[in-house]
Design a binder for this molecule. Structure first.
Ligand code: NAG
Length: 396
């Protein structure tokens, strides 16, 4: 009894002297635990208001702030975490699972589930994002009047962002989208969705500069990483992809007026059973777009349908482009140390625009086989050089 009393007194003293005394000690930041604002870790109670309340306090804090989500399942409807905030150091520390509504119609037409907009200095550490997308995928496969779905985690018009150790499961649409951002680090992320889930790209980057994606594993039904117009200084390293459609620059050139893609490095990646390995893809229609200064280095292909591919004749459903040629100019693309197995005979395919041929394509040490034989290469409107060991032999 006496011990308890002195303990309580001591705690009262500490709280008096250090009002921000938290789990980690008397630090100079505030922690907002969503449980304190009414969140329930039961997977059924709607915790949206509690999350918004914690964010509003963190965003309004003049000192660095942490939003804490403890273990458990927290049901959340769509949330926009909107800046500007009063500080530039907000951490979301997530030990639990954030769960989207199981009825896909709730988010289906909203476009985003968890969206950060106009924020600076936000980090998301850990946690599982469960997008509950399977119902929408089934609807899309049966093909009748389905909503397009929501991206699970989006960052828009933001800067100085870290996404570390997050696991995204079964998004309705894209898993993670980085749009209009500057200086974003994605590290140790896991993405998992069925190999036949529609439009569930792992990480989509567009209109952004200085994005780095490291040490991540992505298995999904569409591109593992897709890179849209207006991306520059993108670095992707140590990523495992599969199932999925590979790492794709594009689709580019959908719009007539479009910014280009520049300075992309894709390094030390493994593709397992994917539809593509490293791909550049553009619509077959006029555009101001371009892709240049691209390096694909140290890639391992395991049973990949199209290990190396440039496709400038993308025209889904043959609508709005038949007979047109791509305006996207592709130049200065290097493939260095790419080896492994192709699941089809043609392992290297450069199918470029007749109006704007691909230029300065470089193959250096490429070895791809098909059924224990050298695979084949196919080129149209592609110009460049080959050096080192090259198999299949170059058609440039
Ligand atoms: C290319 O991008 C990398 C980051 O991915 C950056 O470090 C480098 O400075 C950029 N190069 C140029 C010429 O901008």
């Amino acid at each position: 009894m006496e011990q308890t009393t002195s303990c309580v007194l001591f705690l009262a003293f500490v709280l008096l002297v250090f009002p921000s005394y938290g789990v980690a000690g008397p630090l100079t930041y505030s922690t907002y635990n969503v449980l304190n604002y009414g969140a329930k870790p039961d997977g059924n109670s709607d915790s949206t208001q509690a999350m918004v309340a914690a964010w509003t306090l963190a965003c309004g804090s003049i000192k660095p702030a942490t939003v804490y989500v403890p273990p458990g399942r927290f049901l959340l409807r769509n949330i926009v975490f909107r800046g500007q905030c009063k500080n530039n150091a907000i951490v979301f520390r997530i030990d639990g699972t954030l769960v989207a509504p199981s009825d896909y119609k709730v988010l289906g037409s909203i476009g985003n589930w968890l969206l950060y907009e106009h924020v600076n200095g936000v980090s998301v550490y850990g946690g599982i994002l469960d997008g509950q997308g399977t119902g929408l995928w089934a609807c899309k496969r049966s093909g009748k009047g389905c909503p397009s779905g929501a991206t699970s985690l989006g960052f828009s018009n933001s800067k100085n962002i870290v996404i570390r150790g997050v696991k995204s499961l079964n998004s309705q649409l894209y898993h993670i989208v980085i749009n209009g951002c500057n200086n974003v680090k994605v590290d140790g992320v896991r993405v998992s969705a069925s190999g036949n889930s529609p439009n569930t790209d792992g990480i989509h980057v567009q209109s952004s500069s200085g994005v780095t994606i490291l040490n991540s594993g992505i298995g999904t039904g569409d591109d593992c990483v897709s890179v849209g117009p207006g991306t520059n200084n993108l670095w992707i390293e140590n990523v495992a992809c599969g199932p999925g459609h590979g790492i794709s620059i594009g689709s580019l050139g959908k719009e007539a007026e479009e910014p280009g893609v520049q300075n992309v490095t894709v390094k030390t990646v493994t593709f397992t059973g994917t539809q593509n390995g490293v791909r550049i893809k553009s619509w077959g229609r006029p555009s101001s777009g371009f892709a240049r200064n691209i390096l694909f280095q140290h890639a391992i292909m395991k049973d990949v349908e199209n290990p190396i591919v440039i496709d400038q004749h993308y025209c889904p459903e043959e609508k709005n482009c038949p007979g047109l040629v791509s305006g996207v100019k592709i130049s200065d693309v290097t493939y260095r140390d790419i080896h492994g197995t192709s699941a089809t005979e043609v392992a290297v395919k450069f199918d470029c625009s007749p109006r704007y041929p691909c230029t300065d394509i470089k193959l250096e040490d490429v070895k791809l086989s098909y059924r224990n034989q050298p695979a084949e290469a196919s080129c149209s409107n592609a110009d460049g050089t080959a050096s080192g060991f090259i198999q299949p032999s170059s058609c440039l």
